[in-house]
Design a protein around this ligand. Structure first.
Ligand code: FES
Ligand code: FES
Length: 172
């Protein structure tokens, strides 16, 4: 795995703008970018997908989390040139205002956001969790979200929202 990453890095030239093609939220996109541009910058600056947030830029807060082939990654440290054929899913790809994803619905129902800055990362990390483990315990939700920071301190509502979503998704 590490070897594959190193070889991908070696094959990616940096410091030189190129056209980068990738799959995102069910469609294909291409943007001119240097290969080492953080995915988060491409999402926000080139595609106007502003759900993922810039918090620390150091993979430490989780505000920028997106899914890469279904697994949660920190887009602030994911180089666009290394995406390859992996499919990116952002929170904009989960649901719509009219038809929110059950996780989005549960976060609304539990009023889990105060400022809302962390919520993208919480929901995308929780999506990865529920895809892997559809019926997590509260302890498992806490563990999955332990590296996602919420400065407003709404953790207990966030955990309740994820458990509610799991319960609702189990009914459908
Ligand atoms: S902005 Fe990416 S983890 Fe904090
Ligand atoms: S709701 Fe404000 S950082 Fe979490």
């Amino acid at each position: 795995m590490v070897g594959a990453y190193v070889s991908m890095r070696a094959s990616c030239r940096t410091g030189e703008a190129m056209t980068i093609n990738f799959k995102i939220n069910g469609s294909r996109q291409s943007v001119p970018a240097e290969a080492d541009t953080p995915l988060l910058y491409v999402l926000r600056n080139d595609l106007a997908l502003n759900g993922a947030k810039f918090g620390c830029g150091l993979a430490q807060c989780g505000a920028c989390t997106v899914l890469l082939d279904g697994r949660a990654v920190r887009s602030c440290v994911t180089e666009i040139g290394l995406i390859g054929d992996a499919e990116i899913t952002t929170i904009e790809g989960l649901g719509t205002v009219d038809k929110p994803h059950p996780l989005q619905r549960a976060f609304i129902d539990e009023q889990a956001a105060q400022c809302g800055y962390c919520i993208n990362g919480m929901i995308m990390t929780a999506k990865d969790l529920l895809d892997q483990n559809p019926h997590p315990t509260a302890a498992e939700v806490r563990e999955a979200l332990a590296q996602n920071l919420c400065r407003c301190g709404t953790h207990s509502r966030i955990i309740r929202a994820v458990l509610r979503a799991a319960q609702n998704m189990g009914k459908t």
